[in-house]
Design a protein around this ligand. Structure first.
Ligand code: BYC
Ligand code: FE
Ligand code: FE
Length: 471
């Protein structure tokens, strides 16, 4: 078990005190990080006490401490999951080799790029969400937003630690740049598409934490299989925190769905909107949008990058040991490939389809959430079902990018797409309506009309608890 140094300037379980050069480099980055946080972190709440959890170890039980803290004083630390003794690479051409404690020269650029891409999403999400505090539906939700935000900040620390400790000068430069790119900025945008769209209402936020944080989960699971052991150990611990982010999204949408059903029951015409709720078909449009944006984050369906990551032992499949076969050779993945203005079934060598394999695992995980939401609708006796659109719907990356598929995956004419899209994706009118609902409710125990109360509070505390002290 690694020993934890909680009193150091940078709390850690990686023995920073014994590596003075690394410690100095990280301590030099720290004030820049704090400046970034103050400038780009949650706006208007930096001086408030927030009841937050802080990672203090990697033990399965008792890894976190809960208390009031002002966000700029949050103890962002560096924690790696415990090493698995004699760990070997479990797939690809490198299968059976000992995991690498140092970066192999031939994989240096690739690993740096993956770590930078992963790292970039973390501060990007904080930037996207920085104004949501103005309109939180309750103090409980406000606190959950900030919890997600500070932990995304910690995930940036996790990647910066890898860059500083294993990539020398280039790593330090990349770490600086991670603080310089800005979500949505035309000159210095964040790297991946979905991380440049503003998230300015809580329906988008809950869909983002449901669908986009879940992409994070699957990417982290794939990187947890990495032959580069420090990356594997880092991402394994990040997954522990990630579970709460997806809880915030999944339970947030669930509470909206429940409230919508309640409001429908109260209305003579079952009209949720007339009662100040968000209609189910509008929820569906936001769901479809964020699902599609998040699917893009898995990269192309056919990817030689993905094949070489897998071959080299750099990035595996989620839970690689659940697969029966680990070379990925002499196997094919059948997928629909655009051809002559239509689609035709094609066989792709499995290694080249690894992005799609990961995407499939993700889709299955999303389905479980949708089923939960549908159970709430059915319990209310309402005959409506939410669903995931086809994997081809509204894609911007990969084989289906820019092609007009409907939600069932039927290829349309450009004209039919234009006619249909208002029913499938949030419209300007939807956005206007959702915006009118975004009024803050900051009184302990109170909640906005358009969302249900959570069945319980945080860590055994009641919903009524003053999770954020605003005075
Ligand atoms: N946007 O071979 P391909 C999270 C580029 S979320 C822009 O298909 P590959 C979080 C690609 O870079 C998880 N560009 O791609 C969630 C390549 O460029 P080059 C974040 C894209 O390499 C919520 C070209 O297109 N972590 O943690 O197999 C809150 C050909 O691409 C995109 C990771 O993503 C795109 N969507 O896969 C906070 C893990 N997709 O080489 C946090 C690290 C592809 O032609 N990243 N391109 O210049 C990766 O594993 C891979 O980079 C990707 C792309 C899966 C993203
Ligand atoms: Fe994260
Ligand atoms: Fe997250």
């Amino acid at each position: 078990m690694s020993s934890v140094d909680l009193n150091a300037k940078i709390p850690n379980n990686v023995g920073l005190a014994d590596d003075k050069k690394l410690l100095r480099a990280l301590e030099a980055w720290q004030p820049n990080y704090i400046d970034w946080w103050k400038q780009m972190g949650p706006e208007g709440f930096q001086e408030k006490d927030v009841w937050l959890r802080t990672a203090i170890s990697v033990d399965a039980d008792g890894w976190a401490h809960f208390d009031y803290v002002k966000m700029p004083d949050y103890r962002w630390g560096i924690f790696l999951a415990d090493a698995q003794p004699e760990r070997t690479i479990g797939y690809g051409d490198a299968m059976g080799q000992a995991a690498w404690q140092q970066v192999p020269g031939e994989h240096r650029n690739t690993l740096r790029r993956l770590i930078v891409t992963q790292g970039d999403t973390e501060p990007a999400s904080v930037e996207q969400q920085r104004r949501l505090g103005d309109t939180a539906p309750s103090l409980y939700d406000l606190r959950n937003l900030f919890q997600v935000n500070v932990e995304e900040g910690r995930h940036l620390w996790a990647m910066v630690y890898l860059l500083h400790s294993h990539f020398g000068r280039d790593g330090r430069e990349e770490a600086e740049e991670l603080l310089q790119r800005r979500s949505g900025n035309a000159d210095k945008p964040r790297i991946l598409g979905a991380f440049n769209a503003p998230i300015d209402n809580w329906l988008d936020f809950f869909m983002f934490t449901m669908f986009t944080d879940r992409d994070g989960k699957y990417q982290l699971l794939a990187l947890a299989e990495s032959g580069f052991d420090p990356l594997s150990r880092t991402t394994r611990f990040m997954l522990t925190e990630e579970a709460h982010h997806m809880f915030v999204g999944e339970s947030g949408v669930e509470r909206i769905v429940q409230r919508t059903c309640e409001l429908m029951k109260q209305d003579p015409n079952e009209d949720a909107r007339a009662q100040g709720g968000i209609p189910l078909d509008m929820i569906q449009r936001y769901l479809s949008l964020w699902f599609a944006l998040s699917l893009d984050l898995f990269g192309g369906e056919i990817s030689s990058n993905a094949a070489s990551y897998f071959a080299a032992g750099i990035k595996g499949r989620a839970n690689e040991d659940k697969y029966a076969e680990h070379t990925g050779l002499d196997q094919v993945y059948r997928m629909a490939v655009p051809k002559d203005g239509g689609l035709s079934q094609d066989e792709v060598p499995l290694r080249n389809a690894m992005n799609e394999v990961l995407r499939d695992a993700y889709v299955e995980d999303c389905e479980r959430g949708i089923e939960r939401w549908n159970k709430r609708i059915a319990e209310a006796g309402i005959g409506y079902r939410l669903r995931l659109p086809a994997k081809t719907f509204y894609r911007h990356i990969g084989l289906y990018a820019g092609m007009p598929f409907d939600m069932d995956g039927r290829l349309l004419s450009a004209e039919d797409w234009e006619k249909g899209k208002g029913a499938w994706l949030p419209t300007a009118a939807d956005r206007e309506y959702v915006a009118t609902l975004q009024q803050p409710v900051y009184e302990p125990g109170k909640i906005a009309n358009w969302i249900g109360r959570p069945p319980r509070g945080i860590k055994g505390l009641p919903f009524e608890y003053e999770y954020v002290r605003l005075v």
